[in-house]
Each structure stands twice: as C-alpha cells, then as structure tokens.
Design a protein around this ligand. Sequence first.
Ligand code: KG4
Ligand code: ZN
Length: 340
Amino acid sequence: MEKENIYILGIESSCDDTSAAILCNDRILSNVVADQKIHAEYGGVVPELASRAHQQNIVPVVHQAIEKAGIKKEELSAIAFTRGPGLMGSLLVGTSFAKSLAYGLDIPLIDINHMQAHILAHFIDEKDHNKPPFPFLAMTISGGHTQIVKVTSHFEMEVLGETIDDAVGEAYDKSGKVLGLGYPAGPEIDRRAQLGNPKAYQFTKPKVDGLNFSFSGLKTNILYFVQREVKANPNFIKENINDICASIQYTIIGILIAKLKLAVKQTGISHIAIGGGVSANSGIRKALKDAEGKFGWTSYIPKFEYTTDNAAMIAIVGYLKYLEKDFSDFDVMATARLKL
Ligand code: KG4
Ligand code: ZN
C-alpha cells in the first residue's frame, strides 16, 4: 500500500521575518518569506514594529504558501508554529494565528523550538544535499544565536556551548555600524572581505573557556581601533574598508573554527552541520570545506533559503513530530526564552 501524504503548514514569526511553508512529507511545496525592510532605518530590529508588521503579513503570507503549494487548506494534516525563542510580540502573532487556524480546521497543532528547527532544516529532502548522520555537531550562527549542539537524534540535542553575550551576527552588524555600513552589515562585510587583506589588522580574540563564545569584547576592540585610526587620518575607513572587513571576517571565522576544533576533539564527532543567517558567509563556508581535507571533517551546509529564518525549517520539524504523534495542547504559550 502506498504511504499517505502528510501536508504540514509551518509558520515562523520569531523575529522580523514572517514566513509560511507547506511540506508534503519531507519535501517543500512552498516557502514564502516576507522580510521587514522597516528595521534598516533604525539599524536593528524594533520589536513593536516587528509585531505590527507580522500582523499585516501573516494572512497574505499563509494564503500565498497554500496557493503556491497547489493544495487546499482542508488537505492540511497539521499546523506547526514557532513557540520560541524569539521576541514575545512577534511570537504571539504566529502562535495565535496557528491556534485559530488549527482549531477551525480541526487538525493537530505542533509547537516548535526555533533553534531545533535551524538544525533540523538539514532533513528537508533536497537534491545535492546529504542529510547528516547521527551523531553530528551543529553550529547555529545568526543575528540572535551562536550555539554548538551535539545532535544524537532528531529530538535529542545537547547544547555544548553558546555565546555569553552577543551573537556572531551581532558582531558583524555592530562592527558594520562602526564602519558606517547599512543594517544588516554581515553580507556587506563578507562581500568586501573577499577584496581585502585578512592580515592587514589584528583584533584580539576573546578568551572564553570551553565551548562558550563571547563577541562583545571584539566589538569594543574594533570600535576603539577605528576611533584611534580615524583621529590620525579622517579618511582611514574609506581608504581601507576592504582590508578592515577582511580582518574582521578573518578574526570571527578563526574564533568559530577554533571552537569547532575543540568540540570535535571533546566529542570525537567530525560531522559538522551549520545553520542560521551567518552560515551564508563565504568565509565560514570555505573554512568548513577546507577542514574536510585538513582535519577529515565532513561538513553539511544548507541551501541559502533554509539558513536564514524561514518556515520550511519549522514545517520539517512539524513533519518529524507528526510521525511521532507529538502534538500540542491548544493552551500552549509562546515562550520568548525557550531552551533547546
Ligand atoms: O538567521 P537570520 O536571518 O536571523 C536571525 O535569527 O538573526 O540571521 C541574520 C544575521 C544578521 O546578523 C546578518 O548580518 C547575518 O545573519 N548574515 C551574515 C551574512 N548573511 C547574513 N553575516 C556574515 N556574512 C554573511 N554573508
Ligand atoms: Zn533564527
């Protein structure tokens, strides 16, 4: 007998992207993301504005996802939504919407941990993408998170280390602000880094024990360095922007790879998967490819659209939980500081 198709609607609204996706089993039928340009004017995400924009976007985004998938909403098997972690006002929009739609359609509701979803995005069925074998190490790097996680099964995850202050994406964005680049600055620093000399300037690497990270000291170090140089030469940034970006990127990638090396040494696991917005970075991608030959690691790098916040990653966890009949009560609450 042929297996029944499971259709999951995933909804993601934890930060500043409103997204809805439909999966048929582990295959994507649609993945719609509406990002919020408004925050660029403020140089960072403004929670109140994010929440309001989610309210405007959620109905058209879900509608589009269903339409693009070519199914009817009555065919949905379940609705999966991001419960946390994230901004409370943003999470509430997705949570309430998911609850009312699941209630109206009389289908199961499945709450999802956003960090687990960044990791399990690797289990979306994709041509040319190998799923990592268990156990593997996952490094989630974005504007909101920096973690190294030991993944023993789809649902057994242990955080081995995480940032004690800023996330790595914040280090990019805040350094970019010092240099007068737009928000978010990560992609621009990455682009310029490829044109500059990574060893032009040296920044101090944070000294944090074990597998934890710290990026706030680096940010201050870059700020003081730039202020000092600009005092001596007002055109310093303009004349050296590519070298500055290359040196920042070199320092950050060095920190990430050093922690991964330690994690491999401590666990004996050398399958490494990355996720989160910063995994789009050309430096980390290259470093992980190089590590295959240099250290014998196997690296798993997701397709770009599954690295930044998106609902396909929420829907794949929804599908895996659906198979386990791991459904949520309708009184489940959005949880801003949800742990992995
Ligand atoms: O996953 P994401 O879209 O949202 C969060 O959950 O934060 O990640 C956004 C972050 C921003 O800090 C942005 O600057 C960074 O990812 N980012 C990059 C690159 N592309 C995006 N950082 C470095 N290099 C890139 N190519
Ligand atoms: Zn995220």
